[in-house]
Design a protein around this ligand. Structure first.
Ligand code: FES
Length: 70
């Protein structure tokens, strides 16, 4: 069964401009993406009308969470 966190990630926005959910970003990180550019390529985010401003912030927070000592 999906955890509450997983369910939330499926409904929460990841990249608002591209309409990509947070889940796709988390999946890309789990698949080994370690930078915004890698995640953007895998998850299909970025390059929207905010010029990646909103999703870039979210991703750097997520990367810090996943790799706190890197
Ligand atoms: S929120 Fe991702 S490009 Fe704007």
């Amino acid at each position: 069964m999906a955890t509450e966190e997983e369910i939330l990630a499926r409904v929460k926005a990841g990249c608002i401009c591209k309409g990509i959910k947070l889940h796709a970003i988390i999946q890309a990180i789990e698949d080994g993406a370690k930078s915004f550019d890698e995640i953007a390529r895998i998850a299909g985010i970025g390059g929207g009308s905010c010029k990646s401003k909103r999703c870039r912030e979210k991703i750097s927070a997520l990367l810090d969470e996943q790799h706190p000592h890197s």
